[in-house]
Design a protein around this ligand. Structure first.
Ligand code: PMP
Length: 365
């Protein structure tokens, strides 16, 4: 029998075994159609029903109101870094961004190509280990929108109490790629929420973009057609061109699975996994360390160092891999280790990781 593997990859990531099994069972012949979803026309009634069901399950899981459009785009969350200013800058010239890690930094870099970016705060000193007091943010209400990243995948910084009152009246845009599906979203507060599927919702190839209806139609005249939300909204079945059919299908299978468990289940699980791991790290007397201010620690991406010793970390990663705990290497820009615990990570995976960390510490004092 093959060794049990727990995949802590930051994305593409672990998916539930049940979902993979269902995809396997339906691979050659989807629901008696005689063809694989990979072979279907994206205009066929079969594929349209798959995409519609995926959207329905996403809406139900996260309680998305009717006045928000849900899109399944290609190009990843990175494409939306560019598409967002093209679509909603309108007749404004400025946009407000807060940089709390690498992803919000990259988002802002793209926006700069089209607009003047007003930085709410930039954490050079803390190397992205906290979020500053919102009282000190530089908020410019003349800006077309305010953008933030709800969870920084590389630095492990998550907004656990976004100060909505500070940006009242502004269009709020949030990148939720690495924590979507781990708690409810208060939709009324947002204009745009986007998330690459390949962490919490499905395989790579789909970026889910949720846009409040009134924001669609303000795009610049030079908006590239594949960035243009209105073109997609107005296209039959909301696909202007050929979508990533198979990734949408697998995302749909996973969304149906998640819906059957309910959002509360995933929220409880995310909290339970993160508390167990941080508690162990904090109790390790400095052997393992996480640099993030506790209030802003990510529940899904947990970076840590092993005695702040690169050699020891290399050994840690190699030994972890041997016992089936894979993809624990930190992002190349920050080094160290990182345990990404997305929706499909069972609590047993974190228990196995903690057991391994204890043993490694004993053996390498
Ligand atoms: N935002 C966040 C928070 C991410 O974690 C990532 C990917 N790691 C991206 C954006 C970029 O996503 P993509 O690779 O889908 O373009």
């Amino acid at each position: 029998q093959q060794q049990k593997i727990y995949n802590f990859s930051a994305g593409p990531c672990i998916l539930p075994q049940e979902v993979l099994k269902q995809a396997q069972d339906e691979m050659m012949n989807w629901h008696g159609s005689g063809v694989s979803v990979m072979e279907m026309s994206h205009r066929s009634k079969e594929f349209i029903s798959i995409a519609e069901q995926a959207e329905k399950d996403f809406r139900e899981l996260l309680n998305v109101p009717k006045n928000y459009q849900v899109f399944f785009f290609q190009g990843g969350a990175s494409m939306q870094f560019s598409a967002i200013p093209y679509n909603i800058l309108g007749d404004k010239t400025k946009v407000n961004y807060i940089t709390t890690g690498s992803w919000s930094e990259q988002a802002q870099k793209e926006a700069k190509k089209l607009a003047q970016t007003v930085e709410a705060w930039q954490d050079h000193a803390s190397k992205f280990t906290t979020v500053p007091n919102p009282e000190t943010w530089n908020i410019d209400k003349e800006c077309a929108y305010f953008h933030y990243c709800d969870n920084e995948t590389i630095h492990g910084v998550e907004f656990n109490d976004f100060p909505f009152e500070k940006v009242e009246g502004m269009t709020l845009v949030s990148d939720m790629s690495s924590n979507i599906g781990t708690r409810p979203i208060d939709w009324e507060k947002y204009g745009v929420v986007y998330a690459g599927a390949q962490k919490n919702l499905g395989p790579a190839g789909v970026c889910i973009v949720v846009v409040r209806e009134d924001l669609i139609g303000k795009q610049r005249p030079d908006t590239p057609i594949l960035f243009d939300w209105k073109v997609f909204r107005d296209a039959p079945t909301k696909f202007h061109n050929t979508p990533a059919c198979y990734p949408i299908y697998v995302t749909g299978l996973n969304l149906a699975h998640m819906k059957s468990q309910g959002l509360q289940h995933y929220q409880d699980l995310a909290n339970k996994r993160a508390s167990a791991l941080y508690d162990y790290i904090d109790a390790s007397e400095g052997y393992y360390t996480n640099p993030v201010e506790p209030k802003y620690r990510s529940r899904t991406n947990i970076p840590f160092r092993v005695k702040k010793d690169e050699k020891l970390e290399t050994k840690f990663l190699a030994e972890a891999q041997k016992v089936g705990l894979i993809e624990l290497k930190g992002h190349r820009s920050v080094g160290g280790c990182r345990a990404s615990c997305y929706n499909a990570m069972p609590f047993e995976g974190v228990e196995a990781l903690i057991e391994f960390m204890k043993k490694f510490r004993e053996e390498n004092p």
